[in-house]
Write a protein that binds this ligand. Structure first.
Ligand code: ADP
Length: 181
């Protein structure tokens, strides 16, 4: 299928739904036959950005490296799905400026909901002090001011979130018009 390269960048708290929505979106885009790559923050931290920690400096470096790879792929016509907490607005905007074809998706649910989900058991550890610098608990999260898409994951289903993003990609001309009909 003819389409344009774009980075779809998921930002949000741990447990807000970034990876879940990205995986479901990946499945839909694969069915359409798009050129696709997925960069999941947890996996990237085991290779591309291995050794980086969770200080502001290291978090920013993590995002810059992911942004660099996304840029290379995007300019070669690939749809790149990035899910990374990416808590700092300035470096997200830096990556946006570099890539140009950039759709920011804010995966949002109240902290209490994310903590209740506690998908990886990390909130419990953060509350007990076992993990330091945990976003939302002991480290900041700067919400995006103008994201292209906001997925309210405590109100919408995963499929509804995916449809929201696909519509935005079509509206912005990254997917051909009519492809969702
Ligand atoms: P993150 O990647 O942001 O850390 P995950 O995707 O790992 O978050 O976890 C999100 C959790 O929330 C999953 O258990 C998922 O099933 C649940 N969930 C409930 N509703 C939604 C929704 N609309 N979108 C995404 N996840 C949802």
């Amino acid at each position: 299928m003819e389409h344009r390269g774009v980075t779809v960048w998921f930002t949000g708290l741990s447990g807000s739904g970034k990876s879940t929505i990205a995986r479901a979106l990946e499945a839909r885009l694969r069915e359409m036959g798009t050129k696709l790559e997925v960069l999941d923050g947890d996996i990237v931290r085991t290779n591309l950005t291995k050794g980086l920690g969770f200080s502001k400096e290291d978090r920013d470096e993590n995002i810059r490296r992911i942004g660099f790879v996304s840029h290379l792929l995007t300019r070669n016509g690939v749809i790149v799905l990035v899910s990374a907490i990416s808590p700092y607005r300035a470096v997200r905007d830096e990556v946006r400026d570099r890539i140009d074809d950039f759709v920011e998706v804010f995966a949002h649910a109240p902290l209490e909901v994310c903590e209740e989900r506690d998908v990886k058991g990390l909130y419990k550890k953060a509350r007990s002090g076992e993990i330091a610098n945990f976003t939302g608990i002991s480290d900041p999260y700067e919400e995006p001011l103008n994201p292209e898409v906001v997925c309210e994951t405590h109100k919408s289903t995963v499929d509804e979130c995916v449809d929201q993003i696909l519509s935005k990609l079509e509206e912005k001309g990254y997917l051909p018009a009519g492809v969702l009909a």
